[in-house]
Design a binder for this molecule. Structure first.
Ligand code: PLP
Length: 387
């Protein structure tokens, strides 16, 4: 088939490829422990499910406004005002099927072909994919192990050119679990203000934080006009399959993003949105429980990996991933991904799934039970002795 040229520039998320391989091995009768996929293993809290069922019975089964239902947009705006030191209202909010479309729409709306976008590497692979797809230049900034996988601000400054249109940041981060400090955010804000650059701030893991409080770059003077906050329900409320996310941005940009949505998927599922109001306004104790459980698992997997020869693993401050350095094992990251899956029955992702600077690392998601994490650690320990 003769595809359009732009398709050669589109990347993907290899988590889904590894998941398919793992499922194939399971179909052949092998036991696989899934530490590859980035989704909470918990069920969506019951109060949210009850609201969705009620919404379906109450006929929330029709199209809604492209920007999202006003009552949900207002709920999100109130939540942003409560959790970040800014003042927004419903005109600043666009609700999307999952948070991922916010990346696509915002890049389409703000970045011209030939413009440059700086993005974290290793980082969520869709940033690089979409930047390239729209014909912009993707400029990676390295997340440095020696800086607890944060970026180096001087390096960021050196990457800025007159063509830099946007900087993408993600804190807490996928795949490293790193958290940008308030000083980092202040310095990035200064770069953005000085050079007239937009910030796409991916804050989808903002509630999955193990120490301190979440800081958003939007809090710095002058940043509200140039920041798009991306957030959503997938991780916080274990709602990956509901497809519910949002962006918070200047109102004139929100109008354009809603227009893109009209052209693409019309709107977000109405009953998901009604349930999304309950998720934010209702009891949060399930979220607290999930975060406490993730923290327990983090400590087990970090200590477990560090006790195996060849793994050097930092303790991440947020999200539900660890990103150990595996250079001492003597294989490339993608070779190790294959060995872990085929020889140990542990599905994990090569660091290079998150960009070229991910070489030398493996990402394990600890969104799995303590029992399975311990089993995986034992299997990895046995395998490493044979390598
Ligand atoms: N941003 C980051 C950093 C992620 O890891 C993910 C999902 O893995 C998303 C955004 C998208 O989440 P969703 O589209 O499910 O809301």
């Amino acid at each position: 088939m003769k595809l359009a040229d732009r398709m050669s520039r589109l990347g993907t998320e290899t988590a889904f490829v590894v998941l398919a391989k793992a499922k194939q091995l399971e179909a052949e009768g092998k036991e696989i422990i899934h530490l590859e996929i980035g989704e909470p293993d918990f069920d969506t809290p019951g109060n949210i499910i009850d609201e969705a069922v009620k919404a379906l019975k109450n006929h929330w089964t029709h199209y809604g406004p492209s920007a999202g239902l006003p009552q949900l947009r207002q709920t999100i705006a109130d939540e942003i005002n409560r959790t970040r030191p800014i003042k927004v209202n419903l005109e600043n909010v666009v609700v999307t099927p999952g948070a991922k479309p916010i990346m696509f729409y915002v890049l389409l709306a703000l970045v011209n072909e030939g413009d440059e976008v700086i993005y974290p590497n290793p980082g969520f692979p869709i940033y690089e994919s979409v930047i390239n797809f729209i014909g912009a230049k993707s400029v990676p900034i390295k997340m440095r192990e020696e800086k607890q996988f944060r970026l180096d601000v001087d390096e960021l400054i050196s990457l800025v050119t007159p063509k830099t249109r946007m900087i993408i940041i993600n804190s807490p981060q996928n795949p490293t679990g790193s958290v940008l400090s308030e000083a980092d955010l202040g310095a990035i804000a200064e770069v953005a203000l000085k050079n007239d650059i937009y910030i796409l701030s991916d804050e989808i893991y903002s509630r999955i934080l193990y120490e301190g409080k979440h800081n958003s770059i939007v809090a710095f003077d002058g940043m509200q006009e140039r920041t798009i906050i991306l957030d959503g329900y997938s991780k916080t409320y274990a709602m990956t399959g509901w497809r519910l996310g949002y962006g918070v941005m200047p109102a004139d940009l929100a109008e354009q993003v809603a227009k893109l949505q009209t052209n693409c998927n019309s709107c977000t599922a109405s009953f998901s949105q009604i349930a999304g109001i309950e998720a934010i306004k209702g009891d949060q104790s399930e979220v607290d429980k999930m975060v406490a459980e993730f923290k327990k698992r983090r400590d087990i997997i970090v200590d477990g990996l560090n006790s195996i020869d060849g793994f050097e693993c930092q303790k991440p401050k947020g999200a539900f991933y660890v990103f150990p350095n595996v250079n001492k094992l003597g294989y490339s990251s993608s070779e190790l991904e294959g060995k872990f899956l085929n020889e140990a029955g542990v599905a994990a992702l090569s660091g290079t799934s998150f960009g070229a600077y991910g070489e030398g690392y493996i990402r394990f998601s600890y969104a799995n039970s303590v029992e399975n994490i311990q089993k995986a650690l034992a299997k990895l320990s046995d395998l490493v002795k044979k390598l």
